[in-house]
Design a protein around this ligand. Structure first.
Ligand code: PRX
Length: 648
């Protein structure tokens, strides 16, 4: 939501639109005794109260980790909004996630359980992970990768992707993971912005019975990425690929790590040293390089996973996200390993080869905690109740969702048919920028289907109007976060001004504005309604309108484009595009297909185009900005609001 401070009629309008369609949900699910008896957070309200003193609360949580040198100040606000946490503290997140456990009884415990849609599995203990990470870390060092250098990863969810992330963290290199569904252009743009020295990719990834060649995409991308000195290729899918014969430019992962020592000293990282960059879409301009640092990220990701999913030593944790999104970073890799739990890494679709793909894995391995996206639940609901019912899901104890609002029907289906009315559902609201869960229940909280409940202990959020004034209960407004939190983004890579403008100058009062619309009910429960800006949410993935529009315009037939999110029962939204064609081009069915393919090629399969219409003109402001809300209002059959700035 990149607007200047002050009144913005367009956003105000959106706030009202959303408020008028609020739903009323009266059901309340109290915690069951078996769940409450073992929960770390016994008394939700008391823990929330303990979190009022944010510095004391987070300093206490940070004690569970090993610090090479203690911090001297918990929170430094002197350069707000460039906050610093655990100032002066020295640590290493990979050391805390792996090495620390190897010296305990967890040495031979399962760290990673990799499973794919073909039924292959690979089990890695903490000790094995320790050796693999060290070898990879030494190999990166040998290639000249030093603390602060950026390493791009374009990999499927697999053992090597976890090892590569941790190897970077171990030596202080900054990883920049790019989701393996992104296209050549998106990959190259992210590598170039980060100026990555090394790219780690794979021969391929499995998707619905096919092997997608990632090496070919990487090759094309790297040809326009001058910063990349070496490409490392993981042999994963076994498909034939060609390696460049330029010696040293391309090397197989297994060849590189072979013979490397299995010990590697952990780099002494300052709490505020950069851990990773992850690109995410905004409503305007190029993707934003969200920067996360070491200490605060470690503390909050682990604390939130432990308290929300009540992680105990006998758990098998499964987060179905892809490693390429923040959910995978925080909750497949870092938080579970920091807690010394076993984390399942899955490569495949939720309904392949059958609609019970996920449930059969829960059954086979005895997954205890399961975390997925509402879009996956809605998709699986379509196939009927028999698919979860034909599997033994009794091992499950707690369920969770993330990525978009979960509608009460999907919540109830998940609760009844997956959790068998035994498992509480943790609806976790957070963002790439927040690094960790921010608004979420804990297992002892009474639940209302569709509400992420309250800000977690140590987090403070509210709902306000454009001027930053609190809105009364039941009224919609802008969600804000009112106090800093340890795993917050520190800046946008190479663009601190955009960081300030995008998040801190939207609502007055020095508060963080995530860009979501929400309402608070009489019990203080928050109901997230969706985005306030033009960002699309397709199957839980954030896609910027500007990225999609520029993909359309890069086709020879298109002169101008405007896209909106069209509501979709399964994916939440799909793209609807309004296009003005160049002189002499006709908008026929053939062109529609060609354009759909073109956008898919430019942006990757995440950008699902639902509909294309050809128009003669687009609604614009006097200054020439496309008024997408006019298109959207017409699409939804609602009032478009104030049209005084519209040209025609
Ligand atoms: O709109 C909110 C929605 O996802 C956005 C963040 O997207 P991204 O950075 O891609 O991260 C997704 C995974 C953390 C938010 O601004 N969102 C996320 N979780 C929820 C949600 N909306 C409603 N309820 C949620 N639980």
């Amino acid at each position: 939501m990149e607007t200047k401070q002050g009144k913005n009629p367009e956003m105000e309008r959106k706030q009202q639109d959303v408020t008028s369609v609020l739903l009323r949900e009266e059901r309340l699910f109290k915690p069951r005794k078996e769940v409450a008896d073992i929960a770390y957070v016994k008394d939700w309200e008391a823990e929330l109260a303990a979190g009022n003193d944010i510095e004391a609360y987070w300093a206490n949580k940070a004690q569970q980790f090993e610090w090479f040198a203690p911090w001297t100040q918990t929170l430094d606000t002197s350069e707000a909004p460039f906050y610093k946490w655990f100032v002066g503290g020295k640590t290493n997140i990979a050391y805390n996630a792996v090495d620390r456990h190897v010296r305990t009884g967890r040495r031979y415990k399962l760290a990673l359980l990799y499973v794919n849609e073909r039924g292959d599995e690979r089990k890695v203990t903490y000790y094995e992970l320790y050796r693999e990470v060290n070898k990879a870390a030494n190999a990166l060092k040998k290639l000249g990768v030093k603390k602060g250098d950026r390493v791009a990863l374009y990999l499927p969810p697999c053992v090597e992707s976890v090892v590569s992330m941790l190897a970077c963290a171990k030596i202080g290199a900054v990883h920049n993971v790019v989701y393996a569904g992104f296209s050549v252009h998106a990959l190259a743009e992210r590598i170039n912005d980060a100026e990555a020295k090394v790219l780690i990719t794979a021969d391929g990834t499995f998707r619905r019975g096919q092997v997608i060649d990632l090496k070919a995409v990487s090759d094309e991308a790297v040809s326009s990425c001058p910063s990349v000195e070496t490409t490392i290729v993981v042999k994963h899918a076994g498909n034939p690929i060609t390696m460049s014969d330029l010696s040293g430019k391309e090397v197989f992962f297994h060849t590189l790590v072979e013979g490397e020592p299995s010990e590697c000293r952990a780099e002494r990282m300052d709490a505020e040293d950069m851990l990773y960059i992850l690109y995410t879409s905004g409503s305007t301009g190029k993707p934003k390089g969200v920067v996360h640092t070491t200490g605060g990220y470690m503390v909050e990701t682990a604390t939130t996973l432990k308290d929300v999913f009540d992680i105990h030593d006998d758990d098998l944790w499964w987060c179905t996200a892809d490693i390429g999104w923040v959910t995978g970073h925080s909750y497949i890799v870092y938080a579970p390993l920091l807690l010394g739990t076993s984390t399942l890494v899955y490569e495949g679709a939720p309904d392949y080869p059958q609609p019970d793909a996920l449930w059969s894995i829960v059954e086979r391995y005895g997954v205890t905690k399961f975390y997925t996206a509402p879009t996956a639940i809605r998709h699986l609901m379509r196939f009927g109740d028999k698919w979860p019912q034909c599997r033994d899901l009794r091992s499950l104890r707690i369920l969770g969702t993330v990525g978009e609002p979960i509608n009460p029907e999907a919540w109830m289906w998940y609760y009844k048919h997956v959790g068998n009315e035994r498992c509480p559902i943790m609806d976790t609201w957070w963002q790439t920028e927040t690094g960790s869960f921010m608004i979420s229940p804990v297992p002892t909280a009474p639940l209302k289907p569709g509400s992420a409940t309250k800000p977690l202990p140590g987090i403070h959020a509210d709902v306000v109007d454009q001027d930053g004034k609190l809105v009364p209960p039941g009224k919609g407004g802008f969600l804000i976060i009112t106090t800093p939190w340890p795993s917050m983004l520190r800046t946008l890579y190479k663009d601190p001004e955009r960081y300030v403008k995008t998040y801190w100058e939207v609502i007055p009062g020095g508060v963080y504005c995530p860009g979501d619309i929400a309402r608070k009910d009489e019990d203080g429960y928050l109901w997230i309604q969706g985005r306030a800006d033009d960002v699309l949410k397709i199957a839980g993935h954030r896609i910027g309108t500007s990225e999609v529009e520029s993909a359309f315009v890069s086709h020879a037939a298109v002169s101008e484009a405007a896209v909106i999110g069209k509501p979709d029962p399964i994916r939440n939204e799909v793209i609807k595009a309004f296009l003005i064609l160049k002189e002499g081009r006709t908008g026929d069915a053939h062109l529609v297909e060609e354009l759909k393919k073109h956008v898919r090629h430019e942006l990757g399969p995440v950008a699902v185009v639902g509909e294309i219409v050809f128009v003669q003109s687009l609604p614009k402001t006097r200054s020439g900005k496309i008024m997408r809300r006019v298109l959207k209002a017409r699409e939804l059959g609602i009032d478009a609001g104030d049209l005084t700035t519209l040209v025609e």
